[in-house]
Design a protein around this ligand. Sequence first.
Ligand code: C2G
Length: 450
Amino acid sequence: MKDDKFIKKVITYGSFDLFHEGHYSLLQRAKALGDYLIVGVTTEHFDENRGKLNVIDSLMERIENVKKTGFADEVIIEDHVGQKVEDIQKYQIDTFAIGSDWLGNFDYLKDLCDVVYLDRTKGISSTMRREQNYKIIRLGMVGSGRIAQRFIPEAKYVSGLNVEGVYNPNIESAENFAKQHSLDFATDNEEELYEKVDAVNIASPHKTHYGYIKNALLHGKHVLCEKPMVLEKAQAEELFDLAKKQKCILMEGIKTAYIPGFIRLLSLAKSGVIGEIYDVESCFTRLTAAHLREMIDIENGGSFTEFGSYTVLAIIKLLGTDFHDIRFDSFTAENGIDTYTKAYFKYDKSIATSKTGLTVKSDGHLLISGTKGYIMVEAPWWKTKSFEICYEDFNQNEKVFTKFLGDGLRYELSDFVSTINGYRHDEFKLSKRESIALAEVMEKFLANRK
Ligand code: C2G
C-alpha cells in the first residue's frame, strides 16, 4: 500500500438516482484517475436547493448503489452549496472528476486541484434498470433552434431523463446540434428517431407541431410540445384523443404552468385572499428585430401566437375556459403579422385583457384584481419569482418570494417524466381542457386577423 503522501485522491459528486451504466462508468473512470476515490452523494435537501428535480431513490438507496460498484473507497453526503471547496481541502484531494455535461461549471476548483471532465456516457439503455419500475426516459429533440438549445442544459437537472438525440429535416443543423451537446445521434429521418427514443420534445416552428405530434403518437411515443401546441381547437381535440388511444402522454410545454411560484400564485389567488377575482390583466412584450422569425414568418409569426400562450394561460388558469366572447385589436406590419395585440375576454362574472407586443413595449405584469385586494406580479411574471398581495390598507401588503431555478424548462421536463412513469398525475398544472381552450383562442385570433 503506498504511504499516505503518495496516494492520489480523487473526488466526485452526484445524485446517482435510478443508478445506470452512465453512473457506473463515471465512477469506474474516476477511480482510475488515482488510488483513492471519495464519492459525494447529494441529499434531498441539496438537490432541492440546486434545482435537481424528480429524484426518485432515497439517499440511502443512492448511497447503497454507489457502494455496490466497489469503486468508492469512501462515500460522503453532499448537502450544501460550497461543500466541494471544503471537501477538496479537508480530504487533500488531488483530482476532482465529473461528467462532461458539467464542462466548465467547476473550473473554479482548478486553484485547489486538477479538474477532469469525463465524457458523459451516451445512450443509456435501461438494462441496469430492469429491477426497478421506473424507466430512464430516452428523449429525442425535434428541432434544433433557439428553444431546443435551451432545453439541453435544463435536462441534466431532471433525474430519470436522458436526451439521446435530435431530429431536424435539415441534417446539417441536427448534426451540429448533436455535436455541440454530445448527443448520441442526429437524424433527418423520423423513423430512425422513433426507433431510438421513448418520448420527444417538439421545439420546431408552430405550424409543424400538428404533424410531428400525430406521427410521434402513432409511433407510441410520449410528446411534450412547445407552445402554442396547435392553432386549431379540432386539432387539439384529435391529438388528445389519439394520445389516449395510444396510451401516450401529450403535454403542452408552457413553462409557466409548471413553475412552483406560478402554482403557488394560483393557489393563493384562488384561496380567496383577495376575495372574488373580477379582472385579470396579463402582458408580455419583447421588442424584436425585424429580421427574426416572429416578425417575418407570415404563417407562424406575430405577437399573439408568440406570447399569447403565456398571457392567455394566466387568464384561463384564474378565470377558467368558459369565456363568452373574445375581441381582438391588433396593429399589423405590412406583411400582415400582428406587432401589438390587445385581447378582451368576457366571462360571466369577470373580464380579462391580454397584451402582447413585438414592436411596442408595455409593462410585462400580471395583475389580478379582487373584491378584497389585488395581486401584482411584476415582469417576468411568467417566471413567477415573486409577487405582492396588496390591500386597501397597504400596511397589510405581503410580498411573496418563490424559488425559480435555471431558465424554467426543467419544471415541465420533470413533470413530463414523472407523468410518463405514472407516479405523478399533475394534470392540474395544465389540463387537456385548458390546452384545447388555448388552441381555440389561437384559432379565433388567426381567423380574426385574416
Ligand atoms: N453521468 C454520465 N453519463 C450519464 C449520466 C450521468 O457520465 N449518461 C455522470 C454525470 O456527469 C455526473 C455523474 O454521472 O458526473 C452523476 O450524475 P447525476 O447523478 O446526474 O449527478 P449530477 O446531477 O450530474 O450532479 O454536486 C452534484 C454534481 O453537480 C453532479
